[in-house]
Design a protein around this ligand. Sequence first.
Ligand SMILES: Nc1nc2c(c(=O)[nH]1)N[C@H]1C(S)=C(S)[C@@H](COP(=O)(O)OP(=O)(O)OC[C@H]3O[C@@H](n4cnc5c(=O)[nH]c(N)nc54)[C@H](O)[C@@H]3O)O[C@H]1N2
Ligand SMILES: Nc1nc2c(c(=O)[nH]1)N[C@H]1C(S)=C(S)[C@@H](COP(=O)(O)OP(=O)(O)OC[C@H]3O[C@@H](n4cnc5c(=O)[nH]c(N)nc54)[C@H](O)[C@@H]3O)O[C@H]1N2
Ligand code: SF4
Ligand SMILES: [Mo]
Length: 694
Amino acid sequence: MSRNQVFSICGMCTVRCPIQAEVVDGRCASVQGNPYAAGINGAICARGGAGLALLNDDERPRYPLIRAGGRGEGKWRRASWDEALDYVAEKLASVSSSHGGKSILFSDRGGPFRDLHQAFLRALGSPNYCNHDVSCARNVHHAAQSVFGFGRQDLVYDLKNARHVVLQTRNIFESINVKEVNDLLEGMENGCKLTVIDIRATNTSAKADRFFMVRPGSDYAFNLAAIHVLLEEGLYDSEFAAAWIQDLEELRGFVAPYTPEWAEEETGIPAADIASFTRALAKAKPAVVWHPGWMTARYTDSFHVCRSIYIINALLGAIGAKGGLPFSNKPGDVSRKGLRPLAGLFDAVKEKRADGVGWRYPHFDSGPGLLHLAFKAIETEDPYPVKAYIAYRHDPLMAMPDPESQKRILEKLDLLVSVTFSWSDTAWFSDVVLPLSTYLERESIIGCKNGLKPYFFVRKRAVAPIFDTKADWEIICGLAKKLKLDPLCFDSIEDIWRYQLDGTGVSIEDFDATGMVQLSDAPLYRKREGFQFNTPSGKIEIVSAKLEKAGLPSLKPYQRPVAPGAGSFRITFGRCPVHTQGHTVNNPLLCEQMPENVLWINKAAGEKMRIADGEEVEVSSTGRCARIKAKLTEFIHPEAVFMVHGFGHTLPVESRAFGKGVSDGCLMPGGLEIWDSSGGGIAMQEHFVKIRKL
Ligand SMILES: Nc1nc2c(c(=O)[nH]1)N[C@H]1C(S)=C(S)[C@@H](COP(=O)(O)OP(=O)(O)OC[C@H]3O[C@@H](n4cnc5c(=O)[nH]c(N)nc54)[C@H](O)[C@@H]3O)O[C@H]1N2
Ligand SMILES: Nc1nc2c(c(=O)[nH]1)N[C@H]1C(S)=C(S)[C@@H](COP(=O)(O)OP(=O)(O)OC[C@H]3O[C@@H](n4cnc5c(=O)[nH]c(N)nc54)[C@H](O)[C@@H]3O)O[C@H]1N2
Ligand code: SF4
Ligand SMILES: [Mo]
């Protein structure tokens, strides 16, 4: 019997925790967290534990498929890899020769492996690399940029050393990142206080010292009042502010009318509670983390909610502080050389982006653009035709609102390709499905995790692919070979790894011992002295010249959210611990844990409509209608209903997920048009549904 341990990277969600797989006689026997990874300590979450069920599931795409009927009709022809890659390459070449390389759009899930994709797009001559983030964290990211001049990931949440953590729109114990969960629990064991601000009670609020159930869409009012108290009562870190915060007086004037008493009217939280919470928080400064949010594609003012949070952290001196939000270190910050970028194989593409980012919208980060605006370009051909789209481990039909409208737009394409390891609505609507091997069956390019203690990591193949599927690099380099994009025609993953590691002083053998290569010996808290923020003034800026230039206010006056009409509720959504987005509902183990989603309705509101707990109800939104079981609970704000995202699968190839629960995105007609013009994120909670007893 042969038995060995393979260090790798979990792929059950995009947190990508380091793991260790046990392989017995060529078969994967178990998976656990990498015991050498700090903060992981051998742990994985339930979804990570269900990786083996994904590996062995034959209800995933098992070989390349080419569409044989109409789009979405589900008629497929099995193809060899050679034939499928030829098909895609020929179509890409033809679109490119008719409309230019810029006519090719690509979206993925961001993260450390995007370098290979960006290289591919550059090779094709397209500026239109996008990711999923318009429906996730774009607002937080842009908020960070507007205040600090750098992105959200340039700061670390030092949860382990914090003395008070505030989670607002962040359900940390259910919407999981294993290291963050472990770090916060350790911090709480050492006395850290936890405050949760949510529109419903969660496992996270159950562990909190304080829980505020705010009116949906009123978070900005809460935060403005907190700033008011910090400034009025002189509770902020005045030394830090004097050294680092630009335009404090503008802020003081702006928040003057936003008293806790005013906020009580807006949020439903008693003024005295807002004030006493803010005072308690200030006592813990600078070791406080007011989490700026993660899934913040919710409201048309979500950007300003995130921005106000960053400003509060700055007022408390938490930016750059131990136990607060210290600066994240890149290899250069610890005197090491970073990975050699694959995108560097090609020149940057100078064409304007189809989504308008960087020219029509100069205040947005052009890195991954804004996918909903790229879709607009497909629809209107303004500024130019976009005719081919590769959805690479991305399922926009589930991940962006209003799939009906999206399908109408995608119909205009000459080529739609999906690269995926599970079935998805987008894959089903595609012309070609290129099946990716699961993470246990494939290698990935080397990644770099920046942080207090940056490190390189690598995903290694634990077992050979069970079906006729391929790794990312095999698919991208395979297409590159067909298209003669020479520098990208790597023959082996080792060649790619060697290219990436060139000049870093690290060799691939260095990963053998623990699966990672640490770039520094100990966590580094970089000093603030001598630090320069990337803003024009080098300081934390309350007034952003970039925003003002775009005609957008830096300090946006509060606008009361629309109240739902009679019998109508604001739709809200989130995650559950045992599923990842839309792609685990058909997983044999996870489906057993939670086969369907239900609709949380406030108990009193439900009883008024004579709806009983567990009863099936009709939920509808201008022309869209579905049936779902009601969960009556006093633990949700009466203006909202809530459902876990990712359900409502209708594909016949997914027998376990088929017909179970409802897709939230389907209840958001016109949703691609409603977005935050300052932050770029889609505003998915600006929709209302009616509930009807059947
Ligand atoms: N209405 C509504 N919309 C939402 C959300 C919501 O709560 N409600 N949540 C939003 C959020 S936060 C996000 S991040 C996006 C997510 O949106 P997506 O990124 O589209 O969602 P996933 O289901 O994680 O992944 C999409 C596809 O990638 C494939 N895939 C291929 N390889 C891998 C791999 O290695 N790992 C993983 N994880 N998947 C792989 C999966 O099989 C799946 O089919 O959706 C957003 N959209
Ligand atoms: N188990 C699991 N873990 C995951 C994922 C997953 O799919 N499954 N996905 C990962 C990804 S991609 C992401 S982005 C993160 C997301 O992590 P989070 O952003 O924490 O996740 P959510 O569950 O979308 O939302 C958090 C909370 O916001 C609350 N909320 C909704 N509306 C409002 C509001 O108006 N005000 C306030 N204050 N609260 C509100 C919801 O009730 C919910 O409890 O999770 C990551 N981790
Ligand atoms: S949080 Fe869970 S599913 Fe996501 S990468 Fe980590 S172990 Fe895997
Ligand atoms: Mo996300």
